[in-house]
Design a protein around this ligand. Structure first.
Ligand code: NDP
Length: 252
């Protein structure tokens, strides 16, 4: 029998096609976790699946738009059919639209709220009933430093992430008796596709650097390892909170 406490647990990771979702998939795979990847870009998910295999586990890809109730229901059914169970749910899919409040269309606003917040509701509604009754479960919601502080042009994003933190706290209380922990991971700036425009713009890059006492962008592997820790038995007493991983941004 494997010595790894997470061996053969099943994790669903939304936004598993790239960025932080891919990093978390790889870190969990290294602990023996089987992975269900959810995103829209199948080719990119297949690349994550290849990296998961390299890390020593297996991943299956499930194409779905996490804002679409019907697609989420079909995806959940397919995942439960393929794996039989789910132990870990990582609500990571997210988008950011940066503009002033009066420039937002309602469709843009709804896209941010739907992707960053309502998707977590849809995924939890689909999987929580199947996570109960096992004496172990982990739900990780990808919150943000923007759950705590903000910048101009982030009304939709900050609203979604602050609300996701509230969702996290309430759900943690709802599921505590099941030993299912519910936590947020709140990253500062990490060098993923979402932040490419900011990294490539010398002015915004300098602004970001001025806010990070540790003086660098985060490395995606650091999120992966934090996720793996939160899923470990050692983290079983942590629930209803979030962990800032921001190089000191929010300490100021
Ligand atoms: P990326 O832009 O690199 O990746 C976003 C992921 O979300 C992709 O896998 C994308 O997959 C998926 N996604 C987006 N919309 C949908 C949708 N409608 N349905 C299904 N999947 C979707 O972002 P990051 O990896 O940087 O960010 C991951 C999470 O971390 C987000 O929630 C983000 O807000 C949060 N975060 C990131 C920070 C950072 O600095 N990078 C800082 C703070 C928080 P596909 O396009 O294939 O559907």
């Amino acid at each position: 029998m494997s010595q790894q406490p997470l061996a053969n647990k099943v994790a669903v990771i939304t936004g598993g096609s790239r960025g932080l979702g891919r990093a978390m998939a790889i870190s969990l795979a290294a602990k023996g976790v089987q992975i269900a990847l959810v995103a829209r870009d199948v080719a990119a998910m297949e690349e994550t699946a290849r990296l998961v295999a390299e890390a020593g586990s297996t991943a299956h890809c499930f194409a779905a738009d996490v804002t679409d109730e019907t697609q989420v229901a079909a995806m959940a059914e397919a995942i439960l059919l393929a794996f039989g169970t789910v132990d870990i749910l990582v609500n990571n899919a997210g988008i950011n639209i940066r503009k002033n409040v009066h420039e937002f269309t309602l469709a843009e606003w709804n896209a941010v709220i739907g992707t960053n917040l309502s998707s977590a509701f849809l995924l939890c509604r689909a999987f929580v009933p199947h996570m109960k009754g096992k004496g172990y479960g982990r739900i990780i919601n990808m919150t943000s430093i923007m759950s705590h502080v903000s910048l101009g042009g982030r009304t939709a994003y900050s609203s979604s992430k602050a609300a996701l933190l509230g969702f996290t706290k309430s759900l943690a209380l709802e599921l505590a008796s099941e030993a299912i922990t519910v936590n947020g991971i709140s990253p500062g700036p990490f060098a993923t596709e979402m932040n490419v425009p900011l990294m490539n713009n010398p002015e915004t890059n300098a602004m970001f650097m001025s806010k990070i006492p540790l003086g660098r962008w985060g490395k995606v592997e650091e999120i992966g390892e934090l996720c793996a820790y939160l899923c470990s038995p050692d983290a079983g007493f942590i629930t209803g909170t979030d962990i800032l991983i921001d190089g000191g941004w929010c300490a100021q």
